[in-house]
Design a protein around this ligand. Sequence first.
Ligand code: GLY
Length: 288
Amino acid sequence: MVVKADGLAAGKGVVVAETLAEAEAAVETILGGGLGAAGAEVVIEEFMAGEEASFFVLVDGETVLPIGTAQDHKRAFAGDTGPNTGGMGAYSPAPVMTPGVEQAALERIIRPTMAEMVRRGMPYRGVLYAGLMIEDGAPRLVEYNVRFGDPEAQVLMMRLGAQALDLMLACASGRLVEARVDWADDHALTVVLAANGYPGAYAKGSVIDGLDGLPETSREMVFHAGTERREGRWLAAGGRVLCATGRGASLAEAAERAYGLAGRIDWPEGFFRPDIGWRALGRDCLGR
Ligand code: GLY
């Protein structure tokens, strides 16, 4: 079963317990104050097998417009090992989200939820992120977030480009029924550079070199998440600090660009996973 802190815990409040003893220990840790106020209540859920994917839609109350799919890597270290994090990298589209799975998620999960919100007199307007578990081609809902994912937003934005602004405006002004997403047949992949020690304790203030000369194009971009500019230098100011992101005609091309950027960042106090996208790239779980 799965034990979760009911409050916001930056992706660190979930324990997948394989035995009853592990589940009990997780409940005790969370309720015992291990996660502060986020752990004032716990949620206990059935364990769902399958492959996880993130599905993003815009909703203006009535109309639901899919804007992309992604998969992230939650574990800190290569081979999907180590503690859970907010996400160490992501890629889009998610191969597991076939047109059939996407249609099933829309018809069986998202549209009925949105219709019920309308029926209750509180129509939802904004971005909706459905965390799905896909097993044997059937999606089940793990959770909804009323926000973009991090680092899923980085790969989505790389693929949507400037049309993201028009889509959000159409959403905010109730015109989604007229909106269309102009899909390119492309892929994007992002690699998170995190401070050594993350998701546990980490130091702030280390110097990051090599950022200023990096390309910023529609195919390569470094997103800053936790940096600070001081006296002309970039300093680390968070746990997940940078996202080196690439876009390409294939996922392999996107990965090559993202890792090309990550490799040029000179930050001995940081680390990144070498194997983002391993499953979709057909590599082994160490990225080889
Ligand atoms: N990357 C997972 C999330 O944003 O919740």
